[in-house]
Ligand binder design. Structure first.
Ligand code: ADP
Ligand code: ZN
Ligand code: ZN
Length: 701
């Protein structure tokens, strides 16, 4: 007898959230089974789903139904909790089940046939033999580490491991994983790290800890830098359970792991955990949800937690449901956090980029054979070129932004659309030959430091070596590793770079870190800017004095026009709690997250008017059609506004903020708004619109 099966497919983004398609199959198929099904003229990968009643599908006459084309039985069906995670993520972030589910699978699964998959399974390498548990000598845990570890093992959490930079958080993660693998022969652990921190060193550390005991394929990685065959191999190992540890970036949160018992999210505050296209999910938040769903322990770690997580870990807070484990000290009896020094730029020579006292301090470090790290969060040579005779500036033709001057290849490059051109010989408007760079990026800072340090000598008598690390210097594969190894070897005296070097790296020889120009974020219209700045500066400071012997003399320098700003004051005392509590008080009085919940409706169109017309119609339809929803009166729908950078690649962008103190009310509203938005899109108010999307819990507003 033929069966009706419901299948999710990679639907176009704007189809309904919970929709499935109905197909005919000769055999009953278990939910979670991977199938190939016809869709229009194509054939596509789909997943059998145990959806709630699909009335349209059930009413479909037999002869209109199409057959499942093939069943990928080489792969076990995806489990119930994996499907529950997908349904939750799709519902919460307002995307279709099929879109979220299929995007979570390795791309190669979409192309391979059943036979190809079976062949792949057969050629899998055998497991390495197990070796005794104590094959590797282990460091003794510090008392703080031991306490934190015991705390993390006492309950499922979620735990917030609040540990200073260099306090040995990674070792705590390793021990948690180790204890789990030893106690349960099937258990699996997931360890997530930010994009930028998934270095070969970290992967080696996990591999060397666990591969000798549990086999070569016991530790696998999952991130966007892998080839499709590599990703498929890791994914299959996790799905089959042969991978005991999955180490990955945000995408790993969707890995199918049937025996998942522990989820670690390192640097949980890092913005790279938020996906910025398609389903705009937060991998950190999904990790917490997944932990509850699968009864797995969740461990979030950071020296500067997100204010959301910090808030949840405050004992006095109602609903404060995270257990906080604290490790305030650095590893090593002598070790301390760097001394923070503020340079008041109001009292320095005008236009000084590196103030005289900072320059003197850098020279001293060089003479002592130590390294300095100079940090500026802007790459390129100068953010703008400007004509000295007329009004011309190096704007981008396609965006409402300036093109950045890159002196190395004498180009003007737009960092938003990629549009690049050689620098004009003369002003395109008036022909004046004198066009000048305005402002400063890492390239120019590197050049400037080269001039300032031209006659400074290293202890070996050689001249100073300055290395710049940013997205431009590391474009080629392997170049970041090469640059880092030059830093580690001591060949480099001064390291110049963007936030890329401020995070995560375990530099041993750096004793001075300087933030040259961090002021802009103090007065940003983005309410999260201070949180990001504080985190970044704490992280940057954390690169100094990581070697215990050198930590006593390590320093973090801040050049600022606002030395008395409370943010710098808290930084000086390494007092994250003071900073966080103050910020939370401000947010509470302003009704901002985590005391309210937000979503953005974004619209892209050929003209700004079209984008705003769609948003305005969406808002007025909500008022007229949805006002009866429970909790609607708690919602605030703000007016539509253009984005900060309003036009990118000739697309005009606008957005509208929705805010609500009650999460459930916001969620209910968004779900009810979906069909309204589809209708507005089809109406005359949708004319000229290219696309719309909802961003729940947006990070950038
Ligand atoms: P964090 O992630 O908290 O900044 P790490 O985990 O990188 O800190 O640890 C800092 C340094 O201390 C690393 O080089 C690590 O190998 C070392 N370390 C960690 N725990 C111990 C320990 N118990 N004994 C000795 N060294 C340790
Ligand atoms: Zn001109
Ligand atoms: Zn552009």
């Amino acid at each position: 007898m033929t069966q009706r099966v419901r299948v999710v497919v990679p639907m176009p983004a704007y189809s309904q959230i919970g929709s499935t398609l109905t197909y005919r199959s000769e055999f009953p198929l278990t939910p979670g089974t991977l199938v190939r099904v016809p869709l229009g003229k194509r054939e596509t990968l789909g997943i059998v789903w145990d959806a709630a009643d699909d009335e349209k599908g059930a009413a479909l006459p037999e002869h209109q139904m199409r057959d499942v084309a093939s069943v990928l039985s080489a792969i076990d069906p995806l489990g119930r909790s994996w499907r529950a995670l997908v349904e939750f993520a799709a519902g919460y972030y307002q995307r279709a089940w099929g879109e979220v589910a299929l995007a979570a699978l390795p791309p190669q699964l979409r192309e391979l046939s059943q036979q190809q998959l079976q062949r792949r399974e057969r050629t899998r390498p055998a497991r390495a033999a197990a070796v005794p548990e104590d094959a590797e000598a282990q460091v003794a845990l510090s008392p703080e580490q031991a306490l934190a570890l015991a705390g993390c093992q006492a309950s499922r959490g979620p735990h917030l491991l609040f540990g200073a930079t260099g306090s040995g958080k990674t070792e705590v993660y390793l021990r948690c994983v180790q204890a789990l693998l030893q106690s349960d022969p099937l258990a699996q652990a997931m360890v997530m790290v930010p994009e930028i921190n998934l270095t070969p060193q970290l992967q080696d550390r996990f591999r060397s800890r666990f591969a000798p005991h549990y086999g070569d394929d016991a530790v696998v990685s999952l991130h966007s830098g892998m080839t499709n065959p590599q990703r498929l191999r890791s994914w299959l190992a996790a799905h089959k359970g042969s991978a005991r540890v999955v180490l990955g970036t945000r995408m790993a949160v969707f890995a199918s792991m049937p025996q998942l018992r522990l989820i670690v999210v390192d640097e949980e505050h890092d913005p790279s955990y938020k996906q910025q296209e398609g389903a705009r999910y937060s991998a950190r938040d999904l990790a917490v949800y997944r932990g509850r769903l699968e009864n797995a322990t969740v461990l979030l770690g950071s020296a500067t937690p997100s204010l959301e997580s910090w808030h949840h870990s405050r004992p006095a807070v109602e609903g404060g449901r995270y257990a906080r484990q604290e490790m305030p000290s650095r590893i090593g009896a002598e070790a301390s956090l760097p001394l923070v020094r503020r340079v008041d730029m109001n009292h320095q020579p005008r236009h000084a980029v590196i103030s005289p006292p900072l320059l003197a301090a850098i020279r001293q470090r060089i003479a002592a054979g130590e390294q300095s790290l100079v940090f500026l969060n802007r790459r390129g040579y100068a953010p703008v070129l400007q004509c000295t005779a007329c009004e011309w500036k190096s704007g981008c033709l396609h965006c409402s932004a300036f093109r950045v001057f890159h002196k190395i290849d004498r180009s003007l490059r737009c960092h938003h659309c990629g549009y690049a051109e050689p620098v004009p010989r003369a002003c395109p408007e008036c022909g004046n030959l004198d066009i000048a760079p305005v402002g400063r990026g890492t390239e120019r800072l590197e050049e400037h430091l080269g001039e300032l340090l031209a006659d400074t000598r290293r202890p070996d008598g050689r001249s100073v070596c300055i290395e710049r690390i940013d997205a431009d210097s590391t474009r080629l594969a392997g170049s970041l590793e090469q640059q880092l190894s030059r830093v580690h070897s001591g060949a480099v005296d001064v390291l110049v770079g963007t936030q890329m070097i401020a995070k995560g790296h375990d530099f041993r020889r750096i004793t001075l870190v300087a933030a040259v120009n961090p002021d802009a974020a103090l007065f940003s219209s983005d309410f999260r800017a201070p949180e990001r700045l504080f985190g970044l500066l704490m992280q940057a400071a954390g690169r100094a004095g990581r070697d215990a012997a050198a930590s006593r003399k390590s320093e973090m320098w801040i050049q600022t026009f606002y030395p008395l700003h409370p943010l710098f004051d808290a930084l000086k005392r390494h007092d994250y709690p003071a900073f966080a509590n103050r910020q939370l008080a401000e947010r509470a009085s302003a009704g901002l997250p985590p005391f309210s919940y937000q979503a953005l409706l974004r619209a892209d169109a050929r003209t700004q008017e079209a984008a705003q017309r769609f948003l305005a119609a969406a808002s007025s339809c909500a008022q007229t059609q949805l006002a009866g929803l429970p909790g609607f009166s708690h919602l605030t729908l703000y007016p539509a506004v253009p984005l900060g950078i309003q036009r990118v690649a000739n697309v005009e962008r606008a957005q509208m903020l929705v805010e609500c103190p009650v999460r459930a009310a916001l969620q209910g509203f968004l779900a009810a708004w979906q069909p309204v938005l589809h209708a507005v899109r089809q109406s005359s108010d949708g004319q000229g619109l290219l696309r719309w999307a909802i961003d729940v819990d947006p990070l950038l507003i």
